[in-house]
Design a protein around this ligand. Structure first.
Ligand code: NAD
Ligand code: TYD
Length: 355
């Protein structure tokens, strides 16, 4: 079996669902169920014996030791993290705790477990750490896209904490021989994306008749990857990645934020037009920029294509249409995630931003 951490969050839940759609190998899913974790994402597995959900913290060494000894996974995929840049600006503490201390404790528990494995089990074991392109910093317009050897230059408390975790993972390989793999991917989008992030926030605000808050001039560029393509890339790295190596994963879809918002508006105009027949674009409002806002991310995903034969299957056009349709068809999921704590977050992040 495999152990997945953070499997009730956006990417982790998509990964668990995809894994069990393609394999009968059991998944132990360790997730602390922070504001970002949602068991509703895994509802379809409620009676599936191949999925064992455990609520707990990756930093709880006693719990993790017990899970490892009891279930003896052949691989661990570490998705668990605090993942939102704006939240890291308002309060970095949780990011240090989970992304750095939590990853460290998880690595310590895994090292002790791996040391006791024998022969083939020891040789075949893998620890796959899921990271981000944000550790590489920000690019200017014509810079080449990030390769795996790009210097680490994190700019936000979020990316700095992920960079620290990547360094720990690397060090556990070089120092202790732990068989690790690291993936650094670009911005994901798709089903179950929590509406604090750009794409789901714009869909949900548009449908609710609210402002669509674009930070600064809206010309910041992100490189968008459909979440199911990300999941297939992780499966491929787990299966065939070379121990100790880093693989960048991206969708070859660089777009300025304002283009993303225009695309979402156009799809909603087509699929669920406003009652007054005006475009959702009318709701766009430029607001105060994010402090330290990275201007451009771009992933060069040629290594994973060349060495492991992986390529994304969705274009941005096909992926964003599926995503908007998913949100329109899953309004009860949308309603359930907009709890009191979500409303508090929206208030905290947006009230002070002048239009
Ligand atoms: P998410 O915030 O949606 O989910 C994170 C999950 O981790 C939640 O279910 C949460 O409950 C759980 N979690 C948080 N702290 C925990 C802890 N201490 N112990 C156990 N579980 C804990 O995040 P996501 O978007 O699914 O991202 C998953 C991973 O991918 C993260 O490591 C993130 O840094 C990385 N990543 C995400 C993106 C993106 O676009 N979303 C891009 C690049 C990299
Ligand atoms: P986000 O989804 O938070 O991901 P990240 O910061 O990890 O790239 O934001 C994507 C881009 O969208 C980023 O440049 C910030 C911008 N953005 C807005 O313009 N308005 C918003 O309300 C949000 C949440 C993000």
């Amino acid at each position: 079996m495999i152990l997945v951490t953070g499997g009730a969050g956006f990417i982790g839940a998509n990964f668990v669902l995809d894994w069990l759609a393609q394999s009968d190998e059991t998944v132990i899913n360790l997730d602390a169920l922070t504001y970002a974790g949602n068991r509703q994402n895994l509802e379809s597995l409620a009676r599936d014996e191949r999925h064992l959900f455990v609520q707990g913290d990756i930093g709880d060494s006693i719990l993790v030791d017990r899970l490892l000894v009891q279930h003896r996974p052949r691989a661990i995929i570490n998705f668990a993290a605090e993942s939102h840049v704006d939240r890291s600006i308002h309060g970095p503490e949780d990011f240090i705790q989970t992304n750095i201390v939590g990853t460290f404790r998880l690595l310590e528990a895994v090292r002790a477990y791996w040391n006791e494995l024998q022969d083939e089990a020891k040789q075949n074991f893998r620890f796959l750490h899921v990271s981000t392109d944000e550790v590489y910093g920000s690019l200017v317009k014509d810079d080449p896209a990030f390769t795996e050897t790009h210097r680490y230059e994190p700019n936000s408390p979020y990316s700095a904490s992920k960079a620290a975790s990547d360094h720990l993972v690397r060090a556990y390989h070089h120092t202790y021989g732990l068989p690790v793999l690291t993936t650094n991917c670009s911005n994901n989008y798709g089903p179950y994306h929590f509406p604090e992030k750009l794409i789901p926030l714009m869909i949900i605000n548009a449908l609710a008749g609210k402002h669509l808050p674009v930070y600064g001039d809206g010309q910041q560029i992100r490189d968008w990857l459909y979440v199911k393509d990300h999941c297939s890339a992780i499966r491929r790295v787990l299966e065939a990645g070379k121990v100790g190596e880093v693989y960048n994963i991206g969708g070859w879809n660089e777009k300025p934020n304002i283009d993303i918002v225009h695309t979402v508006c156009a799809l909603l105009d087509e699929l669920q037009a406003r009652a007054d027949s005006k475009s959702y674009r009318e709701q766009i409002t430029y607001v105060t920029d994010r402090p330290g806002h990275d201007r451009r991310y771009a992933i060069d995903a040629s290594k994973i294509e060349r060495e492991l034969g992986w390529k994304p299957t969705e274009t941005f056009e096909t992926g964003i249409r599926k995503t908007v349709q998913w949100y329109l068809e899953n309004q009860s999921w949308v309603a359930n995630v907009q709890s009191g704590s979500y409303r508090e977050w929206v208030e905290k992040n947006y009230t002070g931003r002048t239009a």
